[in-house]
Ligand binder design. Sequence first.
Ligand SMILES: [Cu+2]
Length: 94
Amino acid sequence: MEDGSPYYVPIAPTVVSNTPIRWDNPTPTHHTVTHSGCVEDEDSCLFDSGAVSPGSSFSVPGLPVGRYTYHCRIHPIMRGQLIVTDSPSTPSQL
Ligand SMILES: [Cu+2]
């Protein structure tokens, strides 16, 4: 996370499925990491950090293959994307 655009750095990282993912918050303000599904449809909510305080971090144990958009509940302008693939060398076309 960063104070300025694009806020979530890198903006669209690619990670391997079922590998733990961590977001660090080095900024002086609280942020959240909220999967878009948590706002659009409760049933498709895969991760929602709640407020992550300055200097702390948020982790998920791993996600299935897919493309996940997420945002900060506190700052709606903060948006990011996460791409989860089977293999880091062969990104799947989604
Ligand atoms: Cu924020």
